[in-house]
Design a protein around this ligand. Sequence first.
Ligand SMILES: C[S@@+](CC[C@H](N)C(=O)[O-])C[C@H]1O[C@@H](n2cnc3c(N)ncnc32)[C@H](O)[C@@H]1O
Length: 208
Amino acid sequence: MSTPDAKQHWEERYSERNRIWSGRANVRLVEMVSNLEPGTALDLGSGEGGDAMWLAERGWRVVAVDIAETALRRAATDAVARGVGDRIDFQQHDLSESFPDGEFDLVNAQFLHSTFPLDRTAIFRSAARAVRAGGLLLIVDHGTPPPWLSELHGHHQTFTPPEEVVAALNLPESEWEPAKISTPMRDVTTPDGEPAQWSDNVILLRRR
Ligand SMILES: C[S@@+](CC[C@H](N)C(=O)[O-])C[C@H]1O[C@@H](n2cnc3c(N)ncnc32)[C@H](O)[C@@H]1O
């Protein structure tokens, strides 16, 4: 499926401001990966590169993929400034159409949501195929829309329970074991500066 509108949407989203995300790694990645020996990692929907740079700073070699060239350029500049430019290979892909080559010790997909139709199951199946034996697939989704939005205003986003996300992948039990499936809450700040809580859906699968 060709999704030029999705690319345009994300390019415009990133062009609205100099920076959208914090530049810090996502908290669930830090929780799950801090104690691992560094290896090779693939970051899907890498945005401005917070996760990829955090991994690279810990010795991982990273392929970071996003649909938005603006985000990739920004992340590549920051990676050089943080001294890890040579450890991250930034690649532009619309994951609905193409997927990076290679096998990885860790495949990370944090909040790979889009307001455009996105066949996440197909992308996560490709992600699973890219995990080498003994490696991990980490998927972190929002459990709900942002707590400060009462409705989604026609967005194509769905917030599927983690068990259903895993079941849809149809991965053979002989090859995969769930290392963690959980729905923790996270402290966030609303756009008005108010404290709030937002749920994450965390899926960590290990390839045997
Ligand atoms: C909600 S952001 C999350 C960014 C980053 N993972 C983070 O946690 O900060 C979703 C990201 O997915 C990217 N994205 C959306 N659709 C995509 C697609 N079809 N192929 C590749 N990347 C896509 C967007 O450009 C955006 O950077």
